[in-house]
Design a protein around this ligand. Sequence first.
Ligand code: ARG
Length: 266
Amino acid sequence: MQKKYGMRILLLVLTSLLFVLVSCGGESDSTNETGSDTNKEEQKKLIAGTDATYAPMESMDKNGEIVGIDIDIVNAIAKAADFEVEFKNIGWEPLFPAVDNDEVDFAVSSITITDKREESFDFTEPYYVANQIILVPEDSDIKEFADLKDRKVSAQINTTGHIVIQDLLGKTSKNIVAAETMPFAIEEMLNGNAEASVGDNSTINEYIKNNPDVKAKAIEDDSFEKEYYGLMVKKENTEVLELLNEGIEKIKESGELEEITGIAVE
Ligand code: ARG
């Protein structure tokens, strides 16, 4: 009798314990549900890698923030295509492997869409048009690109500026001074280690504008082809590519892209 009674109590305790456990679980479930119901569906977040040494396109401001025309463009694209974006300063050369090994979801860095790069990466629709330009000391006798043939010329390594010089001087020419960043390439010229520096017009013109005391001038040359900037993603990352293209299309249509850059593309 005693034993049976004890068993009943034990059963009762166990059942109520089970009930408490089940209802607790239920409760927390329903909290989650209400939680996600009230919050808007979570926005997709993409990491954008860049080389923030390329004012006015991408550079670091005094507070260590990445700013520039490219950054404004990507922020507008993100808003138009409804995703969140975070910028990471990776550097120029490491940027390409960073896209490949998923350290970043895409790269924005004034990257010219070239056939060679398209073999290894996918690019969005073009969003900016640029061309090469030559920076020389003010008293230089250099008048056009062909004059650089037997001179020492600097450029940022593995940029389209570097490539046009290689085409003129020869791929392995000792006269090519390849620097890690464009500001370093310009410094090589100012130090006298190079007689000219070749880079994108956006950046070289900005350099001249920001350094009125530096005795240097820019030379345009018709032989330079138009270059189109694109955002770069890992090959076959169609999800990110489509999202970025959707944003680009929207800000082209709305006129926002032209408002940011002051340049019409296409
Ligand atoms: N447009 C040139 C290229 O693609 C130069 C880009 C350099 N960009 C930079 N952020 N350093 O080769």
